[in-house]
Write a protein that binds this ligand. Sequence first.
Ligand code: HDE
Length: 735
Amino acid sequence: MTSLANTVKNVAGNALANAKAKDLDRNTQDPKDVRYGGKITNNHGVRLTQTENWLRASNGQTIGPLLTEDVNAFEKIHRFDHERIPERVVHARGAGAHGYYRAFDDRAKKYTFANVLTDSSRTTPVFVRFSTVQGSRGSADTVRDVRGFAVKFYTEEGNWDLVGNNLPVFFIQDAIQFPDLVHAVKPEPHNEVPTGQTAHNNAWDYFFNEKASTHMIMWIMSDRTIPRSYRMMQGFGVNTYTLLNEQGERVFVKFHWIPELGVHSLVWDEALKIAGQDPDFHRKDLEEAIENGAPPKWTLAIQVLPESRQHEFDFDILDATKIWPVEKVPLEEIGELVLDRKVDEYFPETEQVAFCTSHIVPGIGFSDDPLLQGRNFSYLDTQLSRLGTNWEELPINRPVCPVMNHIRDGQGRHTITKSKVNYYPNRFDVPKLAAGGDDLRRKGETNDPNGNNIDLAKAVEEQAYVDYPAPVAGPTFKTHTRGPKWAEYRSQAQLFYNSLTDYEKSHVIEALSFELDHCDEPIVYERLVTRLNEISNDLAVAVAQNVGGPIPEPAANINYHNERGTQLSQLDFAPKTPTIKSRRVAILIADGFDATFLKTVKGALMAAGAVPHIMGPRRRPVKSSSGSEETPDHHFEGQRSTMFDAILLAPGSEEQAQTLAGNGRVVHWIRESFAHCKPIAALGTSIAVIKVALGNLPSVRLATDLSSTDVVNSLGVVTAGRYGVEGAMMDIAGS
Ligand code: HDE
């Protein structure tokens, strides 16, 4: 392609990146915009003179009854009464953002003709919704739970929804089990307890009885389910999809999102506290990062298997309770996702967005994964009860490409189609089928049992969907059974556990001990320990010691293999370059602080992309040692150390050191940060404050003569590498 042609294409590509923003603009209003006249109207556009006093009978002195004649009052109350729609049956709590996806180049072309994955000159708009699974809409963000990671790509060929999670496997193998799983995990039916957690009898009873969930319970009890931020999680398509290339060859594929910032978690104590201190922690974190110019980024990677390798593994590649080990099926990085725009209004965007696994685009297809096939029905079905028949016409859901067919009517229909006919085939021959479909129909060839009658080259050219004539295993029966490989459930659970570092393992033990402590029926926790014993005797013993019940011996009939895999431990995702970008740093000051230092370090932090917040004894002017004043962003009681990635004690006068050391809340800030393995920096007189809070702990390391850049760099390295290492503490101090 000539460079001019390239330029033209790039401009077109960038224009498309804004296509969804422009599309949404049609439905976006701003009360301050003069176009709307700046006056309140009712819903049929009539300007109102008041909205606070219901029309009533009155003699001007005393008040009589309200009049039913006040249609505007009725409208206001009536619309309010109907504001709520059913919350999602799972994944009810979520946060969303807009952004774009761009392919690195056309390296995926050997696998697929889906332009969204291969055309690097186009920028595809996306909307992403992250969620927790168990809790209701008003539950807390930092509970221990799987996180949803649903991506809607508004491609030129239609919407593609990749509805994934932050874990690569799932609890069950067949979608028909989903209602049982969700009933067991959700609050128990008799008292609707607990909210936002699986720490109850029913969940663990089900996990024991459904052996296929064994691998998944290792993942959910790991640090992965208490992420530090949505921006620091991996995403996975989980199910096995397929890709189809221009030559008509099909491959199996798994999708992975790899976060630029690495995979980071909270420590459990932090997660518990934040759930009370700031239940919107993740939601706000996403907004803050976008506002501060640190748009979250992920690389899209695929694992690809040709049809010829489908049966080469000791697990079935269509089984969603299994990973495809990256050692056997390497990741191929193909593009980048960036989230750079906040939503304008939560309900019409984040709440009304409706994802469907059945939304795929030409070049991408389903596999026979029984979880995926069942999901294809469920998501479509659930949107009907949440949003009504014409949910695909809602602004956030409608594609940026044309939609044309004979599907009509139904509640809330928006589109007006100019046509005398609403059926196909028709005498006008409009609209036409793609890829010569009309000609085939006329020739009666659509009944070709081989399904090979679609002109693939034309379909590729027109970017039309073609069903791949996939061979079905034979001889084939109608049956409810799975295959023999589907019964094995221990091997990858062991692989995952073996691959964790010691501290990650200790977190799994603590998590299981917490959850099972909340199960008060011995049959539940005792049986679960026997299942853990099939994974690791050390694990089972450690949990049993905490939660009660018999201490198990190693099981004689179990093969405890010692294999380890890569990219299972979070440590394998440490960012290539540690960065402090987007990390929240609290700078603690009191009367007598060093104003020059504060200004310099704040500037250095901001220049490095971090988000400094100044904390003081009160949100009123605090005096520096040179007499200048600074009003802190918050006071020590108003925020807690849990809200920050690092804390820094500004140097200053002896008076400041005494105030800080004498303030119980400040001492708590330091001790809590230390317990949560966060970097703590102190300079000059403030070093003494740290010593008051922590004593002479051997793990406190002191450095001297640090410049503010050193401080920022060191905080960056430590925050980026903080994985909750127990007892490890890095302290930076200079004099
Ligand atoms: Fe979902 N799931 N799911 N799920 N799921 C829903 O659809 C369902 C599964 C996932 O932000 C529901 O729109 C079945 C796996 C996400 O709006 C519902 C099965 C994975 C979201 C539904 C599964 C997911 C949902 C509820 C078969 C990871 C939130 C509301 C076992 C790959 C999307 C809705 C959003 C939501 C059904 C399993 C991810 C009921 C039947 C596996 C991220 O349709």
